[in-house]
Design a protein around this ligand. Structure first.
Ligand code: KG4
Length: 336
């Protein structure tokens, strides 16, 4: 494994993050979250995100270097999230990384954001090695990927509509919960009651393993609107728990059915939704029942951070030149 000192930058959404890594070791990891500002609008405002990245990125870099106890001349390579994400937000990180790599005369390593989320697991589990199956669930993506090697991926199941995080966020908004809804929903959820709130179990007709979350989100929104029209009160903590339970049913069932079908004995969870308490509990129970080894990232590396980008960069072989551009969309199996 490459043990170079990597300065990594992440700016794909609403967190500006900079880290210094060496192989799987995190020497520093700092994050400037914009959540409080986006909360005012109930979601991420892309232009505000880009402006805040531009303001924060220099001082965060200085802080990351200082906390790692190194100077710029110790940096062997610069890594940056170059796709996928909000294009204006990504461009701030990509251009800063290009300038830094050029001025230091070191390689520039572009990293796919979702590969980074998977690599968050390499930080907490130093012995974890591909091949394994990964349930990757975030605000913009929900897939089950076969990770054949550190840079070799095959998508085995995907959502046909909303991502799991998006379903949580939008349903939480209808419940009047504060942004980011998935986090709040997980905190206030109590016990599910499918008799009180009979949410559907959406299935995709032509695929046993693909997910569909938009029907579930709509069912929650409709239940709330109907109750409002009748002047009835919704028990929000129970509704939240019922939705959380149903989303977990879908994620856990597909992941472990695929693990069984493919004969894979190692399952990894990644992405912002991997912080969900019910998902962690259910994945653990099912893994124990099926004799599968289960890994998920430490809570501090579940959401967007730059440490995971630096760690993934240590496995990447692609080096970019100064024409590197950001991409709003890109498959996890594609190369820059
Ligand atoms: O991976 P991430 O930080 O950003 C993306 O790349 O999308 O994921 C953010 C998503 C949001 O939808 C947020 O609501 C969700 O992860 N999330 C959670 C929890 N923590 C974060 N969803 C459910 N339960 C949580 N505890």
């Amino acid at each position: 494994m490459n043990e170079k000192i990597i300065l990594a930058i992440e700016s794909s959404c609403d967190e500006t993050a900079v880290a210094v890594t060496c192989g799987r070791r995190v020497l520093s990891s700092v994050i400037a979250s914009q959540v409080e500002e986006h909360k005012l609008y109930g979601g991420v405002v892309p232009e505000i995100a880009s402006r805040r990245h531009a303001e924060a990125i220099y001082s965060l870099t200085e802080q990351a270097l200082s906390e790692a106890n190194i100077t710029r001349k110790d940096i062997d390579a610069v890594a940056v999230t170059a796709a996928p994400g909000l294009i204006g937000a990504l461009l701030v990180g990509v251009n800063f990384a290009k300038g830094l790599a050029m001025s230091l005369g070191v390689p520039l390593i572009p990293v796919h954001h979702l590969r980074g989320h998977i690599a968050a697991n390499y930080i907490s589990a130093p012995n974890l090695k591909p091949p394994f199956l990964c349930l990757l669930v975030s605000g913009g993506n929900s897939v089950v990927a076969l990770v054949r090697d550190y840079t070799d991926f095959e998508i085995l199941a995907r959502t046909r509509d909303d991502a799991a995080g998006e379903c949580f966020d939008k349903a939480a908004r209808a419940m009047g919960l504060s942004y980011p809804g998935g986090v709040t929903l997980d905190k206030i959820a109590t016990t599910p009651d499918f008799k009180k709130y009979p949410l559907p179990f959406p299935r995709v007709e032509d695929s046993e393993y693909d997910f569909s979350f938009s029907g579930l989100k709509t069912a929650v929104i409709n239940t709330i609107h109907n109750a409002e029209q009748k002047g009835e009160e919704i028990d929000i903590p129970v509704m939240a728990a019922t939705l959380r339970s149903r989303v977990c049913d879908m994620l856990v069932n597909s992941t472990f059915a695929l693990a069984k079908e493919k004969g894979i004995k190692t399952v990894v969870v990644a992405g912002g939704v991997s912080a969900n308490s019910e998902l962690r509990k259910r994945m653990k129970e099912t893994a124990e029942n099926q004799g599968v080894d289960l890994y998920y990232p430490e809570l501090c590396f579940c959401g967007d951070n730059a440490a995971m980008i630096g760690v993934q960069a240590s496995f990447e072989t692609t080096v970019a030149d100064m024409t590197l551009n950001a991409k709003a969309t890109m498959g996890i199996h594609e190369e820059f």
